[in-house]
Design a binder for this molecule. Structure first.
Ligand SMILES: NC(=O)C1=CN([C@@H]2O[C@H](COP(=O)(O)OP(=O)(O)OC[C@H]3O[C@@H](n4cnc5c(N)ncnc54)[C@H](OP(=O)(O)O)[C@@H]3O)[C@@H](O)[C@H]2O)[C@@H](O)CC1
Ligand SMILES: [K+]
Length: 490
């Protein structure tokens, strides 16, 4: 499954037409299915359909026709100047005897639901004048709004704040990234019958879905023993950051690691989980770290000033590695990129900002671009740029194309201390279980977010998320993990 931009969706639309698929069929499916979705939630209210002159408006005209056909009370307000498919939709609506009112005549009507079919992927800039005012009036009316494809006005201001958005053919950036996602309300996805070949575009980011992630779960053989399912070495801790390596160890164990060793400075008060092997060290060097037999390493959590030294010492172990927090320095990243070892870096926007020389606000605003830039700067390293949502990027060595993925699990309550440490442990366990760096990173962020989604209450703590990981793994394995968008009828 891919994550689209408005432009990429227009290309998919063109591709469908090139394949011979009649565009009017897409519009009919879009309108009809949106109408059904509206009825599921808002049956009994009068339906007011507001249509622009483009194809988003055309979808609205189709929806109005079906709603009237099914016997519901519908009022239609539309801009003038429809062409092509939208003009046909208008013709069909007139044939059903429905009156079309000018958009300027719309006034909020009590107990109505608004179907927002003003603008979709064809918007080319912020709404102004009449349309800006209309959007503000709709928002201020307090009436429930169902948006066709996306709330009109996005990604600019002003835009509609919808209760429900029916995304057509695929999810777009606005449906995933905050703050725009908030304006969508609940998100439903409908394929509208778009030929899959038209949507197939390997250059777009992968959207991590339950079906794809389920296929990556490692299988625990019947004769498993603790040495065969993955041994993780966690390296970190410094002064007041003694909890970080312990949380990583917990994350690793709860994801299925067979044995976790925690290496930490001997003069630090680190208290690893009871089940972990303790490795207090007076010096970070490879020989010392070799005392732990590890299939994968997670290094840097709470390592403070010792982060660089610890990560360079861990490089000598030549194991797949997760580099987190205080290990995330230019020197370390260069060395790991050159080593060719499967390695993953897990910066948050602040750490990415230090690496890229950009502000954390810029990183948070353009996460796809930031992750891609890091992946191109350090070929071979899998970049996990943490955020809402987390973005992944990887430039396989010897290639120039960067693969991108966007996570679909997780919630804002997970923005608390220690959450990243747990994630590093989760990914470490998956590396130790034998997954490739790209697979371990994608499945790791997905599971970590899914665990966080079990409780979306304020005050969620990192160790609680770690404790919920087994439930998340089980949910994914059993097929009961749900994607946040609800799939359509097909
Ligand atoms: N994906 C698919 O395959 C399918 C997609 N479908 C649907 O098509 C939708 C996309 O339709 P679209 O391309 O016609 O664009 P749309 O959003 O209706 O807006 C265009 C209108 O907006 C206007 N306009 C632009 N900027 C403006 C501004 N700043 N301020 C004011 N006006 C502005 C522009 O006017 P113009 O500048 O051209 O005069 C034009 O009239 C998509 O979201 C989905 O709902 C389905 O029907 C079936 C399959
Ligand atoms: K819309």
């Amino acid at each position: 499954m891919r994550l689209f931009t408005a432009q990429a969706m227009r290309e998919a639309d063109r591709k469908a037409i090139d394949l011979g698929y009649p565009s009017l069929l897409l519009m009919d499916a879009a309108g009809r299915r949106t109408a059904k979705r509206l009825l599921e939630r808002f049956a009994g209210r009068k339906i007011v359909v507001l249509c622009g002159k483009g194809n988003n408006g055309g979808d609205g005209l189709v929806a109005a026709r079906w709603l009237a056909h099914w016997g519901h009370e519908v009022a239609v307000y539309a801009a003038e100047g429809q062409e092509g498919d939208a003009a046909m939709a208008q013709q069909a609506l007139r044939a059903h005897g429905l009156e079309i009112n000018p958009l300027s005549a719309w006034k909020p009507q009590p107990h109505s639901v608004v179907l927002d079919a003003l603008f979709g992927t064809g918007l080319r800039g912020p709404l102004e004048g009449f349309y800006a005012e209309l959007v503000e009036n709709i928002n201020q009316s307090g009436l429930p709004v169902v948006a066709v494809d996306m709330p009109s006005g996005l990604p600019y201001q002003p835009h509609i704040r919808a209760n429900l958005t029916v995304a057509l053919a695929g999810l777009k950036n606005e449906h995933l990234f905050y703050p725009h996602r908030t304006a969508c309300g609940r998100i439903l996805l409908d394929s509208i019958g778009m030929p899959p070949r038209a949507l197939d575009n390997p250059h777009l980011p992968e959207l991590l879905s339950s079906a794809n992630m389920r296929a990556l779960l490692p299988i625990r053989p019947g004769n498993a023993h603790k040495g065969s399912v993955g041994r993780v070495l966690v390296v970190g801790g410094y002064r007041s950051y003694t909890g970080a390596p312990s949380l990583a160890a917990l994350g690793a164990y709860r994801t299925g690691a067979g044995l976790v060793t925690v290496a930490y400075p001997a003069d630090c008060d680190v208290v690893p989980p009871l089940e972990a092997v303790r490795l207090p060290l007076f010096e970070w060097n490879t020989a010392n770290l070799q005392m732990a037999r590890a299939d994968a390493v997670a290094v840097g959590m709470g390592a403070g000033e010792g982060g660089v030294e610890a990560a360079l010492a861990a490089l000598g172990l030549a194991r797949p590695t997760v580099l987190d927090a205080d290990a995330l320095h230019e020197r370390v990243l260069r060395a790991y990129a050159q080593s060719g070892l499967p390695s993953i870096i897990t910066p948050h926007p602040g750490e990415a900002s230090r690496l890229l020389g950009l502000s954390a606000e810029q990183i948070a605003r353009f996460p796809l671009e930031a992750a891609q830039t890091l992946a191109q700067r350090y070929p071979g390293l899998v970049v996990v740029l943490k955020g809402g949502p987390t973005v992944l990027a990887w430039t396989p060595p010897g290639t120039s194309e960067t693969r991108m993925a966007v996570n679909s699990t997780g919630n804002p309550q997970m923005a608390t201390g220690g959450m990243g440490d747990v994630l590093a442990g989760v990914i470490g366990a998956l590396l130790a279980a034998g997954l490739s760096a790209w697979d371990a990173a994608r499945l790791g962020v997905y599971l970590h977010g899914l665990a966080g989604d079990q409780s979306q209450k304020p005050g969620l703590l990192a160790h609680e998320v770690a404790e919920t990981l087994p439930e998340a793994v089980e949910q994914l394995r059993s097929g009961s993990a749900r994607d946040f968008w609800e799939p359509g009828y097909d």
